[in-house]
Design a protein around this ligand. Structure first.
Ligand code: ISE
Length: 335
């Protein structure tokens, strides 16, 4: 029997997820949607063949017509909707960030532990990307010896005026903060943020580009360039430097074109396409986790760890100093 899903947030990623459940994945059916923007709800309802629109997100969460919730609304709303889903005893897939502060994520962790079983999966889809998985496997088998450093880049062609300096961390950099911690199986001890020379393509409220320098418990150093108006496309880079060699995240497959005295490959400007397979796999795993009552994907604790890291990075943005992390032990519940 199909799992009945309610989707909160019918914008870009919410619509994509709903349509992949309808058209590509197995075991789920969208039974209700909600969006603060009525036009979005109407459009998505139509694309899904007339799915019921709920005016009130809490009515959707508590409806007997849905078994599980996808939270795809804007970041500041996540805490409220994830907590309400846990209170209703419903499985919930929450897009990143789990919440916009570590304090809010900790409330989710506490509520889930109190409930007594994992209900939450966080949308850190890079963990499902085949390139990142190859890197992880190679790191774990010491293919290049001990990891010493990593160089990462996260570039968007452009972002809207609503995208401000802090969001560059909580909305974008949060992917690296999770992916690097997952790849290395280590927490961070310090972060320093460097605001680079500002591009002429950025707007007043976004300092762009920026650089982050992280250090892990064992002393691995990671630099991340994040650049939100790079103009040329959506580009994610990750190079791992080890004691015995270097490994690079594979580029997405792309035709090599020879034309007009040039040889080139295209770079997709849309971030939704870069990890399209990973999105499919993470959501299928969520549906399968519900069926087997065993949610295995990125947990509330992972969302909390990423939010603690985001908070430190946002502080470091303001102070320009090397900011320390507090080390928090992971509860057995999440091991
Ligand atoms: C966007 O909001 C995302 O969610 C993407 O995953 C991220 O890589 C991008 O930088 C954000 O703008």
């Amino acid at each position: 029997m199909s799992i009945k899903i309610g989707v909160i947030g019918a914008g870009m990623i919410g619509s994509d997820h709903a349509l992949r459940i309808k058209d590509t994945l197995k075991g789920g059916v969208i039974n209700g949607i909600n969006d603060i923007n009525k036009e979005n709800s109407k459009r998505l309802s139509k694309e899904l063949g007339g799915v019921k629109i709920f005016e009130d997100p809490h009515a959707l969460i508590n409806s007997s017509e849905v078994d599980a919730i996808l939270v795809c609304s804007i970041g500041p709303t996540h805490e409220e909707f994830v907590l309400a889903s846990i209170a209703a005893g419903k499985y919930v897939f929450c897009e990143k960030p789990l919440a916009t502060s570590a304090v809010a994520c900790k409330k989710i962790v506490d509520a889930e532990m109190k409930f007594g079983k994992r209900l939450v999966q966080v949308g850190f889809m890079r963990r499902y990307d085949s390139g990142y998985q190859k890197l992880k496997k190679a790191i774990e088998s010491f293919e290049i010896g001990d990891v010493l450093m990593m160089h990462c880049a996260h570039r968007n062609s452009s972002v809207p005026e609503s995208y401000v300096t802090e969001m560059a961390v909580s909305d974008s950099l949060v992917h690296e903060l999770d992916a690097v911690r997952w790849l290395l199986k280590e927490d961070y001890v310090s972060a320093q943020m460097i605001l680079a020379k500002k591009t002429k393509y950025s707007h007043e409220k976004l300092h762009d580009p920026q650089m982050l320098l992280l250090e892990t418990v064992s002393g691995v150093r990671i630099d991340v360039e994040f650049f939100h108006n790079c103009q040329y496309g959506y580009d994610i880079q990750c190079e791992v430097v080890g004691s015995d060699g270097i490994m690079t995240l594979p580029e997405p497959e792309s035709l090599v074109i020879r034309k007009g005295a040039k040889k080139f490959t295209n770079i997709d400007p849309d971030w939704k396409n870069r990890f399209i397979d990973a999105y499919d796999i993470e959501l299928q795993e969520f549906l399968d986790g519900i069926s087997s009552e065993n949610i295995k994907g990125p947990s509330s604790w992972d969302g909390y760890a990423a939010a603690m890291a985001s908070d430190v990075c946002i502080k470091a943005q303001k102070t320009g100093a090397i900011e320390p992390f507090s080390i928090v032990d992971i509860p057995d519940f999440y091991i």
